[in-house]
Write a protein of this length. Structure first.
Length: 560
């Protein structure tokens, strides 16, 4: 009997262990766990073998196994869906996701009216006019609007100076504000590559080059860079929490990371070479010059980061609330000769003192609660950390038992998991100390249970170890329970990377981050991104700053 047939037999087992003798039940449970361990080991070995085969083929100049995603036709191995959308969606979410069938006629701008006449020759003699049957048909015209500006010229012999008329704002250069704004929209809203933008313009009759399009996307964008900075400052002040995530990016052939910081009012993007703790602090501080402090908080963090007691004792003489720059800290560490400070220890010291300095800062822009996944670079930076329930739920969906009893146990546990999640959602609507205490106790009951399925029990204990972060909502009911909003914003960067692969220069990378920030924030605020960008390019400034809209939405409220 081959392995597939054996697995099929095992999947078909339906033994009720509760009706079996205690000793037999214990033995069967051990055998079940042994089978699951062996099955998991086999899967890992098969995956590793395939990687080795692929690498061997590549070294021989051949191709590896193509990465073809299988169809999701059930729970067969390799087809497992780890999404938790169906379980986590509550009734309100389902109601929101229903198709919006509101009438649109009243929202459509009527540019012109045209009467459709009836052929009078076909009308009977007694026909009477009864009015009109109005039908609105939406259409669009794509045509050039080339303008010849004749600039007046005057010359003053007395002053020996020539006076020349100026073109309207936004029309500087060879192309008008509509072309410039459309280029940005096609790149960052429509996600078109620059060659396709060039092809579109040429098809509508514009004479333009690829270099010009690139310059329109990158050069002289200080107005937009400044607006992104103001958006970020207003966004940091709008709530006590911020959500954060990152995704990969490419800059001139090198791997980078695009960080996404957001809440329900804004989104900003920052692309960096690294994604360590110091970089995350840089992101949260808007890339102001780094600041370090050997204060009490820093020394507490040194112990938490497992820096040796000898090193900590050597540094205790430096304890102070004074702020230092990075060069000063490195000079101090270079001068310590009594103990050896390795590269990892040095990084930990820099992280602890940077966090100490960050937490000592005052002002509404200091993030109090960070909502994120369980990545290590996000930990310890802020006063409080809230973890994502959806990320945690995916770990359980990744378990792949072959014993039907273990599948049943996972199914029953996930019902408890998402049932508890929905109770937390209801708590957010009507928070109280009494309900918070009940939910705290219920968490212990759910995540301290033993099911007998070893992999599941180990996973449950890992969740229990994160209790404080998972239940941060009991302390701050306004924070989201999941980080899906940030993941969706990160997906925008992924789609840009899929089409354009990479940016070539730091200037181009900065422009990409800025326009994605403005466009995604505009969408959250209900602002027309095309009109907003056109307004800024034409220097009219009739539309309000996005940062002012964020502030107006939180006016009268303290942050959070």
């Amino acid at each position: 009997m081959n392995r597939q047939a054996i697995e099929s037999k095992l999947e078909g087992l339906n033994i009720d262990l509760d009706k079996v003798d205690v000793e037999v039940r214990s033995g069967v449970s051990l055998l079940y766990n042994l089978i699951e361990d062996l099955s998991s080991t086999i899967r890992d070995i098969q995956a590793e073998n395939q990687k080795l085969r692929d690498e061997n083929n590549r070294l021989k100049g051949e191709q590896g196994k193509p990465d073809i995603k299988p169809k999701n036709n059930g729970n067969k191995e390799g087809n497992k869906d780890i999404s938790s959308e169906q379980e986590r969606n509550n009734d309100k979410d389902k109601e929101k996701n229903k198709r919006n069938r509101e009438p649109k006629v009243g929202k459509i701008k009527k540019d012109r009216t045209e009467v459709c006449h009836v052929d009078k020759e076909n009308l009977p003699s007694d026909a009477e006019f009864k009015g009109y049957d109005s039908v609105i048909v939406q259409d669009i015209k794509i045509e050039t609007d080339n303008i010849e500006f004749q600039k007046e010229i005057y010359y003053s012999p007395s002053q020996k100076r020539t006076y020349r008329g100026e073109v309207p704002k936004g029309y500087e250069g060879e192309y008008g504000p509509n072309v410039k704004a459309m280029t940005i929209i096609m790149k960052y809203v429509c996600n078109m590559s620059e060659p396709k933008i060039l092809e579109f313009f040429k098809n509508v009759g514009l004479y333009i080059s690829g270099t010009t399009i690139s310059n329109m996307l990158i050069k002289d964008k200080e107005i937009f860079h400044k607006e992104k900075e103001e958006i970020y400052k207003a966004g940091l002040r709008s709530t006590i929490y911020q959500q954060i995530d990152d995704t990969s990016a490419r800059v001139n052939g090198e791997n980078h990371y695009t960080h996404v910081v957001c809440n329900n009012l804004y989104t900003v993007y920052f692309t960096t070479k690294r994604k360590d703790r110091l970089t995350i602090i840089d992101v949260l501080r808007g890339f102001e010059s780094r600041s370090f402090c050997f204060n009490a908080e820093a020394f507490r963090l040194l112990k938490e980061l497992r820096v040796s007691n000898k090193v900590i004792k050597e540094l205790e003489l430096l304890q102070s609330d004074d702020k230092l720059n990075e060069d000063e800290v490195n000079k101090i560490l270079d001068g310590i000769v009594n103990v050896e400070i390795g590269s990892i220890t040095r990084v930990r010291i820099l992280e602890a003192t940077a966090i100490g300095a960050y937490r000592a800062e005052t002002g509404a822009e200091v993030v109090k609660v960070l909502v994120c996944d369980d990545a290590p670079q996000f930990k310890l930076i802020t006063e409080d950390l809230g973890l994502c329930w959806v990320h945690e739920g995916r770990h359980y969906k990744k378990l792949m038992p072959i014993i039907s009893e273990n599948k049943r146990k996972i199914s029953l546990f996930l019902e408890q998991y998402w049932g508890y999640y929905k109770k937390l959602l209801r708590y957010q609507e009507e928070p109280s100390e009494e309900v918070a205490k009940v939910l705290d106790e219920e968490f212990d009951r759910i995540f301290w249970q033993q099911t007998g399925y070893r992999e599941l029990d180990e996973r449950i204990l890992k969740t229990f170890a994160k209790k404080e972060e998972m239940l941060k909502v009991l302390k701050y009911p306004e924070i989201p329970l999941h980080n899906n909003g940030t993941e969706l914003e990160a997906r925008v960067q992924v789609r840009i990377r899929d089409v354009s692969l990479q940016t070539k220069t730091d200037e181009g990378t900065k422009a990409k981050d800025t326009f994605l920030s403005i466009i995604r924030t505009a969408k959250k605020l209900g602002v027309n991104a095309y009109k907003h960008i056109s307004d800024r390019i034409s220097r009219q400034f009739k539309m309000p700053d996005l940062s002012d809209i964020i502030r107006s939405k939180t006016e009268g409220l303290s942050p959070g």
